[in-house]
Design a protein around this ligand. Structure first.
Ligand SMILES: Cc1ncc(COP(=O)(O)O)c(C=O)c1O
Length: 368
């Protein structure tokens, strides 16, 4: 937390980053538990089964004792789920994003990245040593201008999130992919907030936009709708084979644990079976909150509602007020968002009861 935020937290007398969720009976509008799978009996049982079978940890990196049939099968299922050829599993999507660019690109390359991209993508892009050019947030027009000016590079990468995590806007992916094709660039899409959420079967942004032959790099967190932890990088099998023994953040870090892998398998099963019910509920809950927020709502089409707050203090105060009302929310302050563009983010996952969402909506009407 920046110093000025510390001062505000002290003044308001509430630290939103220190609320122990398991200590209170709060309505959870803060977690990324989009489908409510983190507490589902089937997912717990799948995690517990893997724990009983294989133990608590593989106690090794994925190229040593962490290379298990369970991990291989989970990676295969995840790739197939997204409609891609192969996937690699990382301890987190932060590690996937922050490690992958240095393996893909070098000083002769150009990386064009959405200005609002996640910190992990920015860290990865900076570590690559390539030339970096930001493009205006979600603007295919500006991206085109940047690409038109790019000449003499060995490779060009276009980097974006699919769903922007602080506000829920969805990137104009068909336009971005058309530009990638036209300028022979490689798209890199972080679908952390799209996987398990977007698309008719919850398979993410590629399904949402009916993209069938994605020829780029796809990354996603497994700690959001999929209710586990870890990250994936997926794409063409040949690229994944190359990356498998290259990425330091993969080969020098302990592999995902059996219960995590088992839980992810269980989550995929539930999504396959029940997305037709869970998906629409998630969107309905989003609409209930969006209606309550009215003009105060900022952002886009994904099931994330952001309340525009302006300054840091307003965001912290709103979070504190909601907490008093029994609602857990997330303030996004600088540097996660630009200065004076703070928001409080609300995600009403499909695991909530409708009356909880309605009560949260009533509170929002009086608190904002
Ligand atoms: C868009 C995006 N990418 C990557 C990450 C990092 O994911 P993980 O928690 O798996 O490291 C996050 C999580 O906050 C995210 O929102």
């Amino acid at each position: 937390m920046l110093n000025h935020a510390r001062e505000i937290v002290a003044r308001v007398g509430f630290n939103p980053y220190r609320v122990a969720f398991d200590d209170q009976n709060l309505i959870d509008l803060a977690s990324n538990n989009y489908l409510g799978l983190a507490r589902r009996a089937e997912v717990r049982e799948a995690a517990a089964h893997a724990l009983r079978e294989y133990g608590v940890s593989f106690c090794g990196t994925p190229v040593a004792s962490g290379h298990s049939l369970l991990a291989r099968e989970t990676a295969r299922r995840l790739a197939a789920f997204c409609g891609l050829e192969a996937a690699l599993l990382f301890p987190s999507c932060y590690q996937a994003n922050s490690g992958v660019f240095a393996m893909l690109s070098g000083p002769d390359d150009l990386i064009v990245i959405d200005r609002g991209a996640h910190a992990s993508l920015i860290a990865g892009v900076r570590a690559a040593g390539a030339k970096i050019r930001p493009f205006a947030h979600n603007s295919a027009e500006h991206l085109e201008t940047v690409l038109q000016r790019a000449a003499g590079y060995r490779k060009i990468f276009i980097v974006t999130e699919s769903v922007f995590s602080t506000e829920g806007t969805i990137a104009p992916l068909p336009d971005i992919l058309a530009l990638a094709e036209r300028f022979a660039a490689i798209p890199v899409i972080d679908d952390s907030h799209g996987i398990g959420v977007l698309g008719a079967r919850g398979r993410g942004v590629l399904e949402h936009f009916h993209i069938e032959r994605f020829r780029g790099i796809y990354t996603a967190s497994l700690g959001k709708a999929l209710a586990g932890m870890g990250g994936m990088i997926a794409g063409e099998a040949a690229t994944m084979e190359e990356l498998e023994y290259l990425c330091p953040s993969l080969i020098y870090s302990t592999a995902l644990t059996p219960p995590v892998l088992g839980g992810i398998g269980g989550a995929l099963d539930v999504i396959d079976r029940e997305f037709a019910e869970l998906g629409p509920r998630l969107w309905r809950y989003k609409d209930i909150l969006a209606t309550a927020l009215g003009e105060k709502r900022q952002g886009g089409g994904a099931p994330i509602n952001a309340v525009a707050c302006g300054e840091t203090e307003a965001a912290i105060r709103l979070t504190a007020r909601l907490h008093q009302e029994g609602i857990l929310s997330t303030p996004f302050i600088e540097p996660s968002v630009p200065k004076n563009a703070c928001v409080v983010r609300l995600i009403a996952g499909a695991g909530l009861r409708e009356e909880e969402v309605t009560r949260a909506a009533e509170c929002l009407r009086t608190c904002i």
